[in-house]
Ligand binder design. Structure first.
Ligand code: ADP
Ligand code: MG
Length: 343
């Protein structure tokens, strides 16, 4: 008898799901990224029980062709890249072709979609049993609705790791806020157990952007934030940094985006922290919402399945640019904002 066997596809997907689907918030991240990649201008989220019972994401993006539907739900199927070289210039948020397959292997997933100008929309569902999508015609406006019910219903070991409804919802809300700050031109709404949590209209000028920022980060941050925008050596850094007078006891208001993608990168965190070092008291954390833009070929996003980490081709230059830019900004405002010794 042989010992080595190929895993059946569902089991393989469930194992892969361990990497990308940790909790309801991770499902929301993947679904929002798909909606943004589909060119959506409005995204509506409806959540029940912290996302464990229901996550519904509805977008007005380009939709999926009927012929593509079964593939959309299979692993390693993506419309976003073709060849290894494409990874060099990938501009979409997704490209691994794993999210829908992974999510559908650990939940009851259904997807309804319609393309612009097509006679009918289509729905597909997979009940966590297998990846054979059952297709049926359905009325749907242009765009896609994905419903994920009963997350981890068939993987009790994973379900055990879920926390309270409130905790799960907070994680999920963080993801929505991060995405909302990554695309001001897209409207986002979020409802939880029937209650409206956010309703963010598309913002296309700085005033409206700042209104969104205040809604997401709080009015106090906005009042204490400086807008910056610097460019050098093919790098652009823009966004809002809080004055040292608005520091936090936790590193909980730190948003950094690389080419529109939210990242938590050690090099970036280090550069920002260094810049604030002289103006913040020990144990206090800076608050910022910053966007770094650079040629896609100068940064590798395929470092980790969740893509939270990136690798810069020239990390030194990126680090110095961030540090110098912020250091200068903070040095310029320092005299009247840092508490002075009354001497
Ligand atoms: P990836 O995003 O890495 O390509 P996914 O499993 O998340 O992989 O999605 C698979 C494919 O399904 C995508 O490449 C895309 O073609 C299609 N798709 C998924 N969600 C949407 C959506 N909301 N609108 C349009 N197409 C979608
Ligand atoms: Mg995706």
């Amino acid at each position: 008898m042989t010992k080595i066997r190929l895993l059946d596809p569902r089991l393989a997907n469930q194992i892969a799901a361990g990497e990308v689907v940790e909790r309801p918030a991770s499902v929301v991240k993947e679904l929002l990224e798909n909606s943004l990649d589909a060119g959506a201008r409005r995204i509506e989220l409806e959540i029940e029980d912290g996302g464990v019972k229901l996550i519904r994401v509805r977008d007005d993006g380009e939709g999926i062709d009927r012929e593509d539907l079964p593939l959309a739900l299979s692993r390693h199927a993506t419309s976003k890249i073709n060849a290894l070289e494409d990874l060099e210039s990938v501009a979409s948020l997704g490209f691994r072709g794993e999210a829908l397959a992974s999510i559908s292997s650990v939940s009851r997933l259904s997807l309804s979609t319609a393309r612009e100008g097509s006679d009918s929309g289509w729905s597909a569902r997979s009940e966590g049993r297998d990846m054979e999508a059952v297709l049926a015609p359905i009325a749907h406006p242009r765009g896609t609705t994905v419903e994920v019910r009963d997350l981890f219903f068939n993987t009790p070991a994973r379900r055990k790791f879920l926390r309270t409804e409130k905790t799960e919802f907070n994680h999920l809300d963080d993801v929505v806020k991060r995405q909302a700050l990554s695309r001001y031109d897209v409207g986002f709404s979020l409802r939880h157990n029937g209650r409206a949590i956010h309703s963010l209209k598309p913002a296309d000028n700085q005033l409206e952007q700042e209104r969104r920022l205040a809604a997401v980060c709080g009015p106090a941050f906005m009042e204490q934030a400086l807008f910056i925008d610097r460019e050098a050596m093919g790098l652009r850094l823009w966004g809002w940094v809080a004055l040292p007078s608005f520091s936090r006891s936790q590193a909980d208001l730190q948003h950094f985006y690389v080419n529109g993608r939210y990242v938590r990168d050690r090099l970036v965190v280090h550069a920002v922290r260094q810049a604030y070092r002289d103006v913040l008291f020990h144990g206090r954390h800076p608050a910022f919402v910053l966007y770094l833009e650079l040629a896609p070929s100068s940064v590798d996003v395929n470092v980790h399945p969740t893509k939270h980490e990136v690798r810069f081709r020239d990390g030194r230059t990126v680090h110095d640019f961030i540090f110098r830019t912020l250091h200068k900004v903070l040095a310029d405002v320092r005299p009247d904002t840092v508490p002075q010794n009354a001497s």
